[in-house]
Design a protein around this ligand. Structure first.
Ligand SMILES: [Zn+2]
Length: 347
């Protein structure tokens, strides 16, 4: 069987104004958590090296390796050019009437060169993204090891015009399948699986739960991919829009996902998955098990498991993780009434 070739053509919505944004883990997308610390002015700049060394011995701040110990004072006219972190508020011996002497034991660092302490808020954890870094740095100078791909993705610039053109075609195929399924009385959700290296569609499917409660569009497509590799469990012959493209020189599907003996990938290894709506928990777990490479979806779903309710693709205790991008083809989604109907349905 050949994949569906009759595509849903965009018309007035061909402007490609949509942007695919990454769905990042909570730790990468959450606000910067702050923690209170005592800082003090360095009134004698010549004492800076000694103060850093001695304060680091007394209060190592080992959980705050991402924080720079000293910051320059940017305000013009400040009587002191530098400020130093002394300790966390939670580490202070007594927080009722804090003076620099009360923070430093009599046999510890000399407080010569230090002014009286004051409370500042510093980032509790290392920033993982540029937006987190920029927010963190407003509070206290912070180190940052940048993942430039994430930075570019967060700006919505990871995919160039050529890639977006391909992504658009794939999502239009998924929408076409969704429409075909809906005309058969199914939930209006469609999906497409693509080999991004060969730019080849492996499978196209839509929701088929009218005849089986578990046959969500994603589950259907994963089975169709398995069928393209000589496996699969369910016949979808009664649904003309559910098709697969047999891999050239198909070998039998391996039974062990980690086997390297076969020339074929294990189900969806390295493949891209386009689905009109954010998948549910069952489908997201099936995507984990199928070893999918990337998932692209159009709109979020209230019970969605790839960003809205859960972020299953970022779970560290699962044995496979994958990238997820949302918002593909949102311009088409938002300006076609018929597609709005598609979007109101759930995965
Ligand atoms: Zn589902």
């Amino acid at each position: 069987m050949e994949p569906q070739t009759k595509r849903w053509k965009g018309s007035e919505c061909d402007s490609d104004s949509w942007v695919a944004y990454p769905v990042l883990s909570d730790e990468r997308s959450q606000d910067v958590e702050l923690i209170e610390a005592f800082a003090a002015p360095i009134v004698n700049k010549k004492e800076t090296s000694r103060l850093i060394r001695e304060l680091s011995g007394l209060y190592p701040l080992s959980s705050l390796q991402h924080i720079k110990r000293v910051r320059a004072v940017k305000e013009k006219g400040s009587p002191h050019p530098l400020e130093v972190l002394v300790c966390l508020v939670s580490d202070a011996p007594d927080t009722r009437a804090v003076t620099i002497r009360s923070l430093l034991p009599s046999d510890g660092p000399q407080c010569d060169g230090l002014g009286e302490p004051f409370v500042v808020k510093v980032p509790a954890r290392p920033p993982l993204t540029r937006p987190q870094f920029e927010l963190a740095s407003k509070h206290w100078p912070t180190s940052f090891h940048e993942d430039k791909q994430v930075t570019v993705a967060l700006r919505g610039e990871l995919f160039g015009p050529s890639q977006k053109s391909h992504m658009r075609e794939y999502m239009l195929s998924a929408l076409t399948a969704a429409k075909a399924g809906h005309e058969l009385g199914m939930e209006a959700v469609g999906a497409v699986v693509v080999d991004p290296v060969e730019e080849r569609i492996i499978a196209v499917g839509h929701d088929c739960r009218g005849h089986h409660p578990l046959h969500h569009a994603v589950m259907v497509c994963i089975d169709l991919v398995a069928q393209s590799q000589g496996g699969g469990c369910y016949p979808f012959d009664r649904y003309p829009a559910c098709t697969f493209n047999p891999a050239p020189n198909s070998d039998p599907i391996p039974t062990d996902p980690d086997t390297e003996a076969s020339s074929q990938p294990y189900i969806c290894t390295g493949y891209d998955f386009y689905v009109t709506r954010e998948p549910c928990v069952m489908c997201a777990m099936a995507l984990v098990h199928s070893r999918v490479g990337r998932v692209f979806y159009g709109t979020a779903s209230a019970d969605g498991a790839l960003g809205t309710k859960y972020k299953i693709h970022t779970q560290k205790d699962l044995n496979h993780r994958f990238e997820v991008y949302k918002g593909v083809l949102m311009d088409v989604y938002t300006c076609r009434e018929s597609v709005d109907h598609v979007l109101r349905k759930s995965c």
